[in-house]
Design a protein around this ligand. Structure first.
Ligand SMILES: CC(C)(COP(=O)(O)OP(=O)(O)OC[C@H]1O[C@@H](n2cnc3c(N)ncnc32)[C@H](O)[C@@H]1OP(=O)(O)O)[C@@H](O)C(=O)NCCC(=O)NCCS
Length: 168
């Protein structure tokens, strides 16, 4: 698997992954909304894709500056369903965190309260819950604010070279 910067030719595959998965389905992200999100991140330059055998299997969109007060911000992360649980999401997170923590002391992200799998994934990666925005995007569901600090990073290690090899 190769993690590399996203380019314009990746946009359609990235939108296809995003529109087909939770939490974006429940959050009622349409094709156009997914593409707007992906395109703006590709334009800003802070977006990575994971590629396997010439196909995009996952992506991460983030901001190093101006994303969130006090730190960088993970805007979106998604791995195509059949490629999950093989370290793709961890590899994408590690690269994005590495880039953010080069300049900032914190990484922030929002996770939907119904997205228990992602919440668990982030807790395991050293994030802690620092707040909650009720009825944030749709009524009845909150967005949980999570933070990882530079010191937590040192404890858990984010160097991509430390990742387990991919299961094949
Ligand atoms: C959350 C998400 C991005 C995680 O991606 P992923 O590629 O499945 O994550 P990983 O494979 O890196 O980690 C998941 C599990 O695989 C394990 N794993 C990590 N590297 C591994 C490897 N090399 N081999 C085998 N297993 C591995 C992890 O320990 C983890 O196990 P756990 O669930 O017991 O903690 C993915 O589930 C997803 O796209 N979900 C839908 C979109 C979403 O919710 N996005 C977040 C929005 S806030």
């Amino acid at each position: 698997m190769l993690v590399r910067r996203a380019s314009w030719s990746d946009v359609e595959e990235m939108c296809r992954i995003m529109v087909a998965t939770e939490p974006y389905i429940t959050l009622r992200y349409t094709w156009d909304m997914c593409c707007d999100t992906v395109e703006s991140a590709v334009e800003e330059g802070w977006s990575l894709v994971a590629e396997e055998h010439g196909s995009i299997v996952g992506f991460i969109l983030f901001r190093v500056f101006d994303g969130f007060p006090l730190g960088g911000y993970i805007r979106a992360l998604a791995v195509a369903e059949k490629h999950r649980d093989r370290g793709v999401g961890s590899a994408l997170m590690s690269k994005a965190e590495e880039k953010i923590l080069e300049y900032r002391d914190n990484v922030f992200l929002l996770v939907s309260s119904f997205n228990k799998n992602a919440l668990k994934f982030y807790l395991k990666r050293g994030y802690s819950i620092v707040g909650e925005i009720p009825d944030a995007i749709i009524k009845g569901h909150s967005e949980i604010i999570m933070r990882k600090t530079r010191s937590a990073e040192h404890k858990h290690g984010s160097n991509i070279d430390e990742q387990k090899p991919l299961k094949t």
